[in-house]
Design a protein around this ligand. Structure first.
Ligand SMILES: *Cc1c(COP(=O)(O)O)cnc(C)c1O
Length: 386
């Protein structure tokens, strides 16, 4: 059994993918070929946003979005510590300061109440309760839709508006999800997503995209992803990056987008089956999806005591698992210079010690789901005995 089985999907759409790859090999426009524009058009339609600007990977999607907002030294960007390094890495790359705000204990996404407190504190020259040498200039918020579940955008957008901040949604895990009838990609000022193979819409290599309804931002993003070009390639009007999506990846993603809707549906079925089996188990927390939200189920994660015992039992029974994330960002060596300490984000720390993820993908057969459920029950029985 695989944690994420990418071969089953390939089996379903193999002829379409090969046909599209061959078309690119035949026309030879490997950089910014027609498939790139076609994919951007289809993705914008899918999420319901005015613009889609594809790029080389999800990290570049975040970086380009911050560059488009001209984020730099002295700026504070508020984000969650319970995420992949890329979310906060890009803030530091631009010389700005990430301010880590603890997560909600039910959704594992950034806690809006703590977010507002942190913004007010930063304005007063305080970060995590301590006075900083130079007051920071609050500029933006990067909520992460962890495991595919959209963050609380009504509250986050309200706070952002009140404080004059932009909202950059890190939707690397949540493309295909929705919030109160609106699709991810259309919930914040600007949205960054990833097509890394293991993400809900994954390619066969790196890829990413930015969504926005803002014409000025879209123009800047298109310029920034090609070295800050102006009217043509050798007219350079700003400092940018080489951040284009390869034509071949666009060609691969197009047929995948055709089946994406049905895959999101299949992921709901797996998650529902898991949750209805695990809800009955005491001392185990199943994922919480607030009313009106749809998760893209990039991961299905359980929170338990004595996690090691579950992981070793599941391994013994042939069930692959993964831990996202074993150490929250505020305690990572890369951010040691920011001076955070254990206890600064207690909920993220609590989760890091107790969370683990089960196999989750749209092609997980019922028999495999049953095997996984049975194995979790067994592990639970042993871990909670006496
Ligand atoms: C995967 C991921 C990224 C980075 O995407 P890449 O395409 O790997 O660069 C950023 N943020 C989150 C939350 C992710 O899961």
């Amino acid at each position: 059994m695989e944690f994420i089985d990418l071969k089953k999907q390939y089996g379903r759409i193999k002829p379409r993918i090969q046909q599209r790859i061959n078309a690119v090999l035949d026309h030879g426009k490997f950089i910014m070929g027609p498939e790139v524009a076609e994919l951007e058009k289809q993705l914008a339609l899918f999420v319901g946003s005015k613009h889609c600007v594809s790029c080389a990977n999800g990290t570049d999607a975040l970086l380009l979005s911050l560059l488009a907002h001209e984020v730099g030294p002295g700026d504070a960007v508020f984000t969650t510590p319970f995420t992949f390094i890329a979310t906060a890495e890009v803030i530091c790359l631009l010389g700005a300061t990430p301010v880590f705000v603890d997560v909600d204990s039910d959704t594992y996404n950034i806690d809006p109440t703590k977010l507002e407190e942190a913004i007010v504190d930063a304005r007063k020259g305080m970060v995590r309760g301590a006075t900083v040498a130079k007051p920071l200039n609050p500029r933006g918020i990067i909520p992460v839709d962890l495991f595919g579940l959209p963050a609380d955008y009504d509250r986050i957008n309200g706070i952002a508006k009140q404080h004059g901040l932009f909202v950059l949604e890190d939707a690397a895990q949540s493309l295909g999800g929705s919030y109160k009838g609106k699709r991810v990609g259309n919930l914040a000022d600007i949205t960054a997503t990833s097509f890394f193979p293991a993400k809900p819409l994954g390619g066969y290599g790196d890829g990413g995209a930015v969504f926005t309804n803002n014409d000025v931002m879209a123009d800047r993003l298109r310029s920034l992803r090609e070295h800050g070009k102006g009217s043509h390639k050798y007219d350079n009007v700003r400092i940018g990056i080489n951040g284009r999506l390869d034509t071949l990846q666009a060609a691969i993603l197009l047929p995948k987008l055709e089946v994406f809707e049905s895959e999101i549906k299949a992921r709901q079925d797996v998650a529902e089956r898991y949750s209805s089996a695990f809800k009955a188990l005491m001392l185990m927390k199943v994922p919480h999806v607030p009313d009106g939200l749809l998760s893209a189920w990039a991961q299905y994660s359980l929170v338990v005591e004595k996690r090691d015992r579950y992981l070793s039992k599941l391994k013994e029974l042939g069930i692959p698992t993964a831990v996202y994330y074993p150490r929250p960002l505020h305690l990572q060596t890369a951010f040691a210079h920011l001076g955070y300490q254990a206890g600064d984000c207690p909920i993220a720390e609590h989760l890091s010690d107790r969370i683990f993820s089960l196999p989750m993908h749209p092609y997980l057969e019922i028999e495999d789901q049953d095997r996984i459920i049975e194995a979790v029950r067994k592990a639970h029985g042993e871990a909670t005995a006496e």
